[in-house]
Design a protein around this ligand. Structure first.
Ligand SMILES: [Mn+2]
Length: 345
């Protein structure tokens, strides 16, 4: 069953299909520190291009994290800081700006930009930007169909991995009917969907499990338990034995508590500090990240800071304001004894 493609997506898809038909050699890239959607979208598109007889390489700045190495084809991804080969086009997936790849040399090629992040800078010769997509993998699904390539398991597995992870295992507000239409087609293609989930969520390291315990143990609660603050640094990773690339998703742990509306994770690793934000429902952490020079989605965003600990109170204050705003402003979030907790997500 073919699912409906958004009307305003037809034109960019048609132009990308034409550009692909006219070219032979492709390099694919995505953002540094790849997640399930970046790996899934790239592998699915790479398989589809190979089905059309094209030559394809995937070049990323970092290796797939341990939890994603079970996705078939993950071992074929090249890890490099620059691209130098002969290619007719570079297809960039899941990147709001080209520098997010942290791979040099991509701007020398005919650039195709396929992304769903708010604030995409439209840096390609061809740009297809759909912030309504729950995952970039949803967009690749439409592109694969438009290319006339059948949804075989080597394409469907990475697409499903991208959707499963970018929706927080079907929990996030970005999910639409289209998401389930695509997953229905994935299931019909013969993919062992439970097996894909087990490969991603039941194959972490023991170090990750130890880090989980440490994070919960040292968690700080702010704004009447509505904000959870987590800290990770080199010493904590060393003590727990968690690889730096096996932390994906741990930031979501505090959201399991009813009171917690937003999470701030401050990671100080190798001398640089990155701040990741997560939230429930209407709490907009993307705008908080934007005010610190970063970006992302309403419920998942991040940024880097140069400052030390003095930035922390400003970050907490900005997230607290976002929580208040989602609750209807300071008045609605009053300290009245009749107020019965957070706005339902
Ligand atoms: Mn994504």
């Amino acid at each position: 069953m073919m699912q409906e493609t958004a009307r305003d997506a037809r034109e960019p898809i048609a132009r990308i299909v034409q550009a692909i038909r006219e070219r032979q050699r492709f390099v694919l890239s995505s953002h540094a520190r790849p997640d399930g959607d970046s790996i899934g979208a790239q592998l699915a598109l790479a398989h589809a291009l190979e089905r059309l007889g094209k030559t394809v390489r995937i070049v990323n700045h970092d290796e797939p994290p341990p939890s994603l190495q079970s996705i078939p084809g993950a071992e074929t991804i090249d890890v490099a800081g620059a691209v130098t080969g002969q290619y007719d086009a570079a297809i960039i997936l899941e990147c709001s700006s080209l520098d997010r790849t942290e791979v040099a040399g991509l701007d020398r090629y005919f650039l195709v930009n396929i992304d769903h992040h708010a604030g995409n800078r439209l840096y390609g010769a061809l740009n297809w930007y759909d912030p309504s997509a729950a995952a970039c993998a949803e967009m690749v699904y439409d592109l694969v169909a438009a290319l006339g390539v059948p949804l075989t398991p080597p394409i469907a597995v990475p697409l499903y991995a991208g959707i499963l992870t970018d929706t927080g295992s079907f929990r996030h507000a970005n999910i639409t009917r289209r998401t389930f239409d695509i997953c229905s087609h994935v299931a019909a293609s013969g993919v062992d969907v439970a097996g894909v989930a087990a490969g991603i969520y039941q194959s972490g390291t023991i170090g990750r499990l130890r880090l989980t315990a440490a994070l919960v143990d040292t968690m700080r609660l702010e704004a009447r338990d509505r904000i959870a603050l987590l800290h990770v640094d080199d010493a904590l990773l060393r003590d727990t034995g968690c690889p730096p690339d096996d932390m994906d998703g741990l930031i979501n742990l505090p959201l399991s508590a009813r009171e917690v509306q937003a999470v701030i994770m401050i990671k100080t690793l190798d001398g640089t500090t990155r701040v990741s934000l997560r939230s429930k429902g209407e709490v907009d952490v993307r705008s908080v990240a934007a005010s610190f020079g970063g970006g992302g989605h309403r419920n998942a965003a991040g940024f880097s800071i140069d400052e030390g600990p003095e930035a922390e109170s400003r970050i907490v204050a900005a997230v607290a304001a976002a929580v208040e705003s989602a609750a209807g402003g300071p008045a609605a979030a009053s300290e009245s004894p009749t107020a019965s907790g957070p706005t339902p997500a």
